[in-house]
Design a protein around this ligand. Structure first.
Ligand SMILES: Nc1ncnc2c1ncn2[C@@H]1O[C@H](COP(=O)(O)OP(=O)(O)O)[C@@H](O)[C@H]1O
Ligand SMILES: [Mg+2]
Length: 246
């Protein structure tokens, strides 16, 4: 479970998240939508303390951190609870697909290379890229690199996976294969997932709940049906029309 209480993030004078409160259940898939600059990435990055909030409390999978008193040890602890899939894949350029997936298992989890390789090969198969195990990132398409990014996130066995616009760097024809892998992960694993995306059809399909973020606050929250169809407010409708037109 993820519980966020009175979360506040500020960069200089700029208050980017304003007293955000939200609770996400185990196994829930939550899609975060909202205009550019509304604080979606900042919110995800707070959950593993890549961004340091000025106020508030965050609990992930039984580890609770208070922004005012948090220690480095607690940050290390909470980071092991989450895995992140980045917009730009963040693969290590000098490592093969297989080595990229093995890397966090070996360095963070201290799993033996032999065991890590076994897990990584299974994940390569799951994302349909076993044949690319010895390829370097520059030898793969963006879609393939992101599928490796997803395999790497699954490798560390965190209960929570955070996706920050996983398809927005991809050419349009490559978006589908990555969304397909994410849908497969949703269907096969009982992970808690937070996904920032502008892909509205995908959001409607996979989300248990949708959060609409505006100016650093959650201004709407509900099932896809509640957000997209029933009582969607005018600002959400306008936002959905804007992103769907692109
Ligand atoms: N490291 C940072 N330093 C200063 N301002 C930042 C930093 N990261 C984000 N911001 C600001 O915080 C606001 C929210 O950014 P972000 O969370 O990236 O929005 P989104 O992901 O919704 O587009 C923006 O105004 C952005 O300029
Ligand atoms: Mg962002």
């Amino acid at each position: 479970m993820i519980k966020v209480e009175q979360l506040k993030v500020q960069f200089g004078e700029n208050v980017v998240l304003k007293n955000v409160d939200v609770q996400i259940e185990n196994g829930e898939v939550v899609v975060l939508i909202g205009p550019s600059g509304s604080g979606k990435s900042t919110f995800l990055r707070c959950l593993n303390f890549l961004v340091r909030p000025v106020e508030g409390r965050i609990s992930v999978d039984g580890v609770t951190l208070d922004a005012k008193t948090v220690s480095k040890r607690e940050i290390d602890h909470i980071r092991q609870k989450t895995a992140m899939v980045f917009q730009n894949y963040n693969l290590l350029k000098n490592m093969t697909a297989l080595q990229n997936i093995m890397e966090p298992m070996v360095t963070v989890q201290k799993i033996s290379k032999k065991e890590a390789e076994k897990v990584a090969l299974g994940l390569l198969e799951k994302v349909g890229l076993l044949q690319k195990k010895d390829a370097y990132p520059k030898e793969m398409s963006g879609g393939q690199q992101q599928r490796i990014g997803i395999a790497r996130a699954l490798a560390v066995n965190a209960n929570v996976i955070l996706f920050d616009e996983p398809t927005s760097s991809l050419d349009p024809e490559l978006v589908g294969e990555v969304l397909g892998v994410i849908k497969q992960v949703v269907a096969e694993h009982n992970k808690t997932m937070l996904i920032v995306t502008h892909e509205m059809n995908f959001a409607r399909e996979v989300a248990d709940r949708i959060l609409f973020l505006e100016d650093g606050a959650i201004t709407a929250m509900g099932t896809p049906q509640e957000i997209f169809e029933n009582g969607a407010n005018e600002r959400i409708k306008k936002f959905i029309n804007t992103v769907s037109a692109n």
